[in-house]
Design a protein around this ligand. Structure first.
Ligand code: HEC
Ligand code: HEC
Ligand code: HEC
Ligand code: HEC
Ligand code: HEC
Ligand code: HEC
Ligand code: HEC
Ligand code: HEC
Length: 452
């Protein structure tokens, strides 16, 4: 249980957040009634203005102060002022009730650009990764997905007014929370149309990109937290990319679940090594420094294949460098496994990718042949063949590929290849029927229920 620090020589109604004052450690709260007062007086080396933000917010938003004061940045004098104060001319400038009438302007929106002032390397790496621009792109730019969100999911097809609040609801409650969207502002420079807060690739009104709090939750911004698989699980889950499920079912996940509580999560960056933990978490393989590798915020760096798009290709261009990625990922494994073991895993993944691509290519041939004969329905979400085509790559095919990549045999097999062959055979049946009868069957045989 956490102990409370109450400082001597002060009114008993005051907790002083001062590392340089002699503090007495009192008994844990369970043994003593919680007499902790709400007032906080700051006397360490920070500006008077910065101290004011904290003193007032300790009363008005005590939950924020509670987590901020436990974080390393709270200890190092990085305050509300450092992250939230903006120039008066910023498109995001506004004032909270506590600073109305002063010359200080703030914004509740804080992007990677603010962090960049003090963490330039992390932000540079992050901006090169799929978590930045590529992540926001489907929700902001890509016609196909805008149509999915507004015309289909938002009920545009049944006459729900485009752009209306309920039409925006699927984006605001779903895609945006993981991917991020473009934040739009009203006349008071505050976000409108439920475009904020958002996911990892959020695009801010000043042109900056990226929300670091999706992993380092505010206001503690802890590295111990992001090293745990839960930090990724809020987005990397579900029928289409069940990474947390795969992980928890892998041997690595088994060890994490049985022994993780004994691990040392708090070592300094690049010093967190096998021994602090006995099996890798998501962070260990994709981000943390290990052995000769340094920490990276570019999650694409250690990847060989693209296992997310319809056809799996060696990564290149904005998606990374597949050959280099393969070499780096093998260096991760080398800390705990011999090369024979790692070679087998990587060969298996290559073979899985090859087989998956065969399914996908043959399915694509059928799709093209039907299209050439005008035998595809106009609404792809109400056309048996096209729905199955989607489930083949987006659900079952990703599960097979990612299950194999991260050693989750249940996902590689039962939720993966087993269902792929079923989906594929149903596609063949529909294809043959349409070709033979030269028409589209009248009712969808799929009824949009995804294979689970
Ligand atoms: C290290 C930078 C940092 C510090 C220090 C910091 N914040 Fe934040 N704060 C953020 C980030 C990042 C967000 C999320 C912004 C986003 O999603 O665009 C945020 C969001 C917020 C929000 C809006 C979200 C909500 O839950 O309402 C408030 C209010 C807020 N902070 C208040 C404070 C106060 C008060 C302090 C001082 C104790 C503080 N912050 C210190 C970075 C910081
Ligand atoms: C005298 C009290 C007081 C002071 C001083 C104060 N605040 Fe606030 N602040 C509030 C209250 C109350 C709210 C919630 C109501 C509102 O948004 O005005 C708030 C809201 C906020 C928000 C969220 C705004 C939003 O649009 O949701 C942020 C961010 C924030 N304050 C940061 C700061 C920073 C940074 C400072 C110091 C420069 C500061 N505050 C100083 C009382 C104060
Ligand atoms: C004004 C400078 C400054 C700004 C702005 C700043 N940081 Fe920091 N940050 C620091 C310092 C200094 C430390 C080291 C604190 C220590 O360990 O004593 C730190 C440490 C960290 C850590 C490591 C915490 C741990 O548990 O070891 C994280 C994560 C972090 N910052 C994230 C962020 C994010 C995200 C933002 C933007 C929202 C941000 N920082 C903005 C100065 C800053
Ligand atoms: C807020 C949601 C969110 C969180 C939290 C999150 N991710 Fe992601 N991640 C995404 C999205 C969205 C993408 C897709 C990016 C794109 O469009 O290419 C992605 C892509 C990736 C990729 C593939 C990159 C690419 O471009 O193909 C890896 C690897 C990855 N994430 C690892 C992680 C790890 C490891 C963690 C935890 C430490 C994590 N992610 C936390 C949302 C998230
Ligand atoms: C639960 C969080 C979550 C939600 C909700 C979500 N996604 Fe994703 N999405 C992800 C993650 C994580 C990935 C990366 C998976 C991987 O790399 O294997 C991803 C990948 C993608 C990709 C492929 C990457 C790329 O840049 O081409 C697209 C496109 C996409 N999502 C679009 C959407 C759209 C559109 C919506 C809403 C209709 C949506 N997503 C809803 C988390 C989510
Ligand atoms: C996908 C999840 C994720 C996102 C998003 C993320 N971080 Fe991190 N961050 C991590 C992990 C994991 C570590 C710990 C690496 C290790 O084990 O040392 C870390 C560590 C850090 C550290 C400690 C020093 C270091 O480099 O290891 C800082 C500072 C930091 N992050 C800043 C940021 C900033 C700034 C952003 C936004 C641009 C950001 N992080 C976004 C996962 C994330
Ligand atoms: C033992 C190391 C390891 C662990 C632990 C691990 N991964 Fe992976 N991950 C991999 C490998 C290897 C690949 C495939 C790399 C390649 O493409 O060759 C991969 C692929 C991925 C991809 C697919 C990228 C794409 O779009 O092509 C995502 C997303 C991902 N991992 C996220 C996660 C998340 C989230 C966790 C934790 C829940 C996690 N990983 C745990 C090693 C690991
Ligand atoms: C921090 C150490 C560590 C790292 C790094 C690591 N592993 Fe493991 N791995 C283990 C441990 C421990 C086991 C459990 C061995 C057992 O079942 O007795 C394991 C088990 C496995 C298994 C299950 C089969 C078996 O031998 O039991 C596979 C497959 C595997 N790892 C692949 C990988 C791959 C591929 C990488 C790199 C992408 C990797 N591991 C990285 C520690 C690690």
């Amino acid at each position: 249980m956490r102990k409370k620090f109450i400082c001597k020589g002060l009114l008993s109604s005051t907790i002083l957040l001062n590392a340089f004052t002699v503090c007495a450690v009192t008994a844990p709260a369970a043994e003593m009634p919680n007499l902790a007062p709400k007032d906080i007086v700051i006397k360490r080396g920070m500006s008077e203005e910065a101290a004011k933000c904290i003193e007032c917010h300790a009363n008005k938003t005590p939950g924020i102060i509670a987590s901020w004061k436990q974080g390393k940045m709270g200890h190092a004098n990085i305050t509300c002022y450092d992250c939230h104060v903006v120039e008066k001319t910023s498109p995001m400038a506004s004032q909270c009730s506590g600073i109305k009438g002063t010359n200080t302007y703030i914004s509740p929106m804080v992007s990677s650009k603010t962090c960049e002032r003090c963490h330039p390397a992390e932000v540079e790496q992050f901006l090169k990764s799929g978590h930045a621009n590529l992540s926001g792109a489907p929700v902001v730019e890509k016609e196909k997905f805008l149509k999915l969100m507004y015309q289909h999911e938002g009920g545009g097809f049944m006459g729900n007014e485009m752009g209306s609040p309920s039409n925006r609801a699927p984006r605001a409650s779903g895609c945006q929370i993981c991917h991020g969207t473009q934040v739009e502002l009203g006349p008071d420079n505050k976000p409108i149309k439920e475009t904020w807060p958002g996911g990892v690739g959020t695009r801010y009104p000043d042109g900056s990109v990226g929300n670091c709090t999706v992993c380092h939750t505010r206001h503690q911004f802890s590295i111990a937290e992001v090293r745990k698989p839960e930090a990724c699980a809020s987005c990397h889950l579900g029928p289409d990319h069940p990474d947390i499920e795969i992980y928890l079912e892998s041997k690595h996940g088994q060890i994490f679940q049985t022994r993780g509580e004994e691990w040392n999560w708090d070592a300094a960056p690049d010093t967190w090594q096998p021994g602090d933990y006995s099996a890798p978490t998501c962070a260990v393989c994709h981000m943390s420094g290990i052995g000769e590798l340094s920490t990276t915020h570019n999650v694409n760096e250690r990847l060989k294949w693209d296992l997310v798009h319809p056809r799996s290709e060696l990564r290149s261009g904005v998606r990374g460098d597949g050959e280099k990625g393969d070499m780096l990922m093998r260096k991760v494994c080398a800390n705990c496994h011999g090369t024979t073991h790692t070679d087998v895993q990587m060969q298996t993944l290559d073979n899985v990718v090859e087989l998956y691509n065969k399914y996908y290519d043959k399915a694509t041939d059928m799709q093209k042949a039907l299209e050439a004969k005008g035998l595809l329905g106009k609404d792809p979400w109400q056309d048996g063949f096209q729905e199955l085509y989607y489930f083949l790559w987006h659900h079952t095919g990703r599960r097979a590929r990612q299950g194999a990549a991260m050693n989750g045999p249940d996902y590689a097999h039962w939720h993966g290849f087993f269902q792929m062959q079923q989906v594929y055979k149903d596609m063949v049946a529909l294809y043959d029927w349409r070709m033979k009868n030269n028409k589209i069957e009248e009712l969808s045989h799929v009824m949009s229920t995804a294979p689970d």
